[in-house]
Design a protein around this ligand. Structure first.
Ligand code: ARG
Length: 546
């Protein structure tokens, strides 16, 4: 049940009649009433009438019977007070519905979500943490809404660094052993590459051998990839992320498509040569000097890079997978890259008008001193180390993981956030552990309760507040999914847990007499189930006991 849209639907016809044209009633949750509309104030000027008069006319004309009462307040707000019978009726329906009243979408889309995307032979770092956590929450949300979600892990498993890495692997002796520490392995290879001219030459030959499909070189490369995939899957497992082995779609998998991408673009006249490289210059992109910005499709040495691979991947996702929505959960610094890829793909006809492509950008993780998180030597902090630190500090590992994930999801993803374990792990406030404790507390009530929930009755304002909050799951999920903003759901769940806590303080549950007791148990049970679904959609574990 979505009260906002119900009120919207009841007000809209009356409003259209008063305004002489369709107008959005803009119904919002309000601290002054259950819901409020400020639409009369917005219309006053164009209608040339006092806002209070408009509001009163709408209130009189709207068919709100059985739904709400409308009262004009202040300069012309319409305050809406929802009917108690509507609330109790809606909650009683939820009690018997596993999906808590949220019907699957009637027209599901096929949605490809590109997230995580770590690079082979490198540890995942905090930059990949956000993509993994946000992407997984979106994948869970959209699947739960009923969409056909395809998770894609665009693994960085191809390109010139692999010459150096493979060459180092052949010369470092026991390969599997040295691969146990991927960061150390990468750094050692890099150090040799920088110091040793001969090694550099051998590395370049290796790139050529790799590209030409040389057997032993491919075998070594496959070992590198397999070892890295194992390490990434271990991180996903720790995090409780739904990415699996079948979701890897490495950059290497598009190798055979790259020549075709160039041909297609050339045939449409979208490529020009610039310093030996083949580039597309999508309209509207200029550099700092005002000159058109190139998207390099084929490098001067004939090699293909990141952009070419992304073009091939996009073409595959639309043309072969049949996606109608493409989401790329990647940090803000890559925003221009994606905008250019989308623009070129549109021009090439690979992205028809009815297919959407969105870059779901996010900000950086800062240390408590306000810097980007780095180790003292200046290299990026290993993700595994951050997670270990959180788990070490938490009473239970699942709480540490929840703290890290929630902290990543609970504010607007476009902003930076501070990795502050004290704050993230706090059992009060807008944190993952707060939700976990709220959930476990309700479960403990039921361990003590004999007799069960019954029909909901509203006898105390705190019950009514909680009841209204319980009806907010549907709009919270709809908004979080539509805007690709998981923090809409975290905010909702936090407010719900807070409403429960006020209710629980004011309203005795087990000590109450029937039928109040059964009604309060129903409210408690619905709160637990709502928290459980919400946490599941965020990828945060709900513990029955802490
Ligand atoms: N491997 C890339 C990086 O570490 C992220 C890949 C994102 N996905 C994509 N389709 N480009 O920056």
């Amino acid at each position: 049940m979505n009260l906002e849209s119900l009120l919207h639907d009841r007000l809209a016809p009356a409003l259209a009649a008063v305004a002489g044209a369709p107008v959005d009633p803009a119904v919002r949750v309000s601290p002054h009433a259950d819901f409020q509309s400020g639409v009369a104030l917005a219309l006053a000027r164009s209608l040339g009438r006092p806002p209070r008069e408009i509001a009163a006319e709408v209130a009189a004309a709207a068919d709100l019977s059985g739904v709400a009462t409308a009262v004009v307040s202040g300069p012309g707000f319409l305050n809406l007070h929802v009917a108690d019978e509507l609330i109790t009726g809606a909650l009683d329906a939820l009690r018997h519905d596993e999906r808590l009243g949220i019907a699957p979408v009637t027209a599901p889309s096929r949605i490809v979500i590109d997230y995580s995307g770590p690079n082979v032979a490198k540890e995942m770092h905090v930059g990949h943490l956000r993509s993994t956590i946000i992407g997984d929450a979106l994948a869970r949300l959209l699947s739960w809404q009923g969409h056909d979600v395809r998770r894609v892990n665009h693994l960085g498993d191809w390109g010139t660094p692999f010459g150096m890495l493979i060459e180092h692997l052949t010369e470092a002796g026991d390969g599997d052993h040295s691969l146990g520490d991927l960061t150390g392995f990468y750094q050692a290879a890099r150090a040799r590459f920088d110091a040793d001219e001969d090694f550099r030459t051998r590395s370049r030959l290796r790139v050529v051998a790799l590209q030409n499909g040389d057997g032993p070189t491919r075998d070594l490369w496959r070992r590198l990839v397999a070892q890295s995939e194992k390490a990434f899957l271990a991180v996903y497992d720790t995090l409780g992320v739904t990415l699996g082995p079948d979701d890897f779609a490495g950059e290497s998998s598009y190798q055979d498509d790259l020549a075709g991408v160039v041909d297609d673009l050339a045939a449409r006249g979208l490529l020009s040569e610039s310093d030996g490289a083949l580039c597309a210059f999508p309209a509207g992109f200029t550099g700092r000097d005002g000159a058109p910005l190139p998207l390099i499709v084929r490098k001067a040495d004939g090699g293909f890079g990141y952009a070419a691979t992304d073009l091939a991947a996009l073409r595959h996702r639309v043309g072969t997978i049949g996606a109608t929505e493409l989401l790329y959960v990647v940090g803000m610094p890559q925003q221009t890259h994606f905008r250019m890829v989308f623009a070129v793909a549109r021009a090439a006809g690979w992205l028809p008008d009815d297919v959407t492509a969105e870059h779901i950008g996010f900000g950086a993780i800062l240390s408590t001193s306000g810097c980007m998180i780095r180790t003292r030597s200046g290299t990026s902090v290993r993700l595994a180390d951050l997670l270990d630190a959180a788990v070490d500090r938490a009473t239970v590992p699942a709480i540490g993981i929840a703290a890290v994930k929630y902290a990543d999801l609970c504010s607007d993803r476009r902003g930076d956030y501070v990795f502050d374990l004290d704050r993230m792990l706090a059992s009060v406030g807008n944190t993952g552990p707060y939700l976990q404790y709220a959930y476990a507390r309700i479960r403990s009530i039921f361990r003590k309760a004999d007799g069960g929930p019954g029909p909901v009755r509203l006898t105390d304002p705190a019950e009514r507040e909680l009841a209204l909050a319980l009806l907010g799951l549907d709009p919270a999920i709809a908004t979080a999914a539509a805007l690709r903003e998981p923090h809409r759901l975290t905010t909702y769940l936090h407010d719900l847990a807070a409403a429960f806590s006020v209710f629980y303080e004011r309203c005795p549950v087990l000590r109450a007499d029937e039928p109040t007791r059964a009604s309060r148990l129903a409210l408690a049970d619905l709160t637990a189930r709502t928290l459980q679904i919400g946490m599941f959609l965020l990828g945060i574990e709900a513990l029955d006991e802490i």
